[in-house]
Design a binder for this molecule. Sequence first.
Ligand code: ADP
Length: 404
Amino acid sequence: MKILVVNAGSSSLKSQLIETDGKVSQMKCLAEKVGTPECTMSISFAPDFKKMRYKMEGASVTQCLKRLLDVMVDDPESPISGLGQIDAIGNRIVAGGEHFSKTTIIDEEARKLLDDCELLAPLHNPPADACIDMMHELMPNTPQAGVFDTAFHTTMPPKAYLYPLPMRYYEEYRIRRYGAHGTSHRYAAQQAANLMGRPLRDLGLITCHLGNGGSITAVNHGKSIDTTMGFTPLEGLMMGTRSGSIDPAIITYIMRREGKTFDDMDEILNRESGILGVSGISSDMRDVLDAAEGGNERAQLAIDMYVYRIQKAIGSFYAAMTKTDAVVMTAGIGENSAKLRERIFAGLAHMGMILDKERNDVTGQIGVNRIISIDDSPIKICVVTTDEEMRIARETANLVSQMA
Ligand code: ADP
């Protein structure tokens, strides 16, 4: 099946055309700085994926998607010559609230329920919904699936998902922990079980998705029982530009001291904090690691804080589960940074997570799923490469083929 994966973010659009029978990508597209004068889009086709770049000054996410479709229909290198050749569309949706516990075909009823979820991810859900609506207009007979970041976490028990606020906030507004990165945590857990040659249902796993955003999940017998992200993706770990968990009283204190508005605080906590805010250099871990190596103390402090908060989260989930068989590292930092993995696990050996330095080395190992702990480490440490678009395509294809 040919699946068009649409991953619309707050300021980006990632898309791929994936042939799920051969599990190969035939087109890749990335639009960045969407909605700003600097918006650019790159599109490339198999087999050589030579990038064509487009200036998309001020374009919205749907305008970028429409341009992509036009290029796909017109370009002689494109694997399709008409939109009818796309079998289904797989949409990544950040927040599915309590409505969506699995990948779902977006029919009229599901589309209405999606409106309910917009407030839960005000930066991410509206662009995804707008893409769904545009694709429905252009291709009304092509099935669209929603693949939800929150779906995997709907198995959390109330003691994990409720906040200690007056209950009416949950009852009236559904304020609770929803988590995120669910497709990644589910995939990482399954791949770790494969690496260990044991059924997922027998295992206790702690999965760490460490990218620009970051979250850690306790996966017990294949089910998410707790996760660090909360009502929104702002809670939990320190991230590229997000603060993660802080004392909520800091927010009102800063507002009073500096006369900040609610929107100002959203901006500060989501876009100016985290690794960027502490290092003052960049939100990109590679830049910060380089600066720390060059002796920059703020960069070093940002890394120390980042590592410490991950160690504490792993420790708390170790306590949340009845047993832990493995810790799984995935996403940009988790997969690629041997140095940070070494730092993180240096502090966790006393809990039985013992890294093997040679296996941890990335030379020649990028993209290889593997176990990187010593043979008799009581708790294994695994590295798993995440491929979000491929997973969305496969979940969409499975669902659509069940419909037929
Ligand atoms: P996103 O959440 O945008 O999908 P990714 O999973 O691609 O993010 O992760 C991006 C992060 O991974 C960036 O901070 C980047 O610096 C970091 N990263 C990628 N490769 C490395 C590496 N070799 N060493 C350290 N950090 C890396």
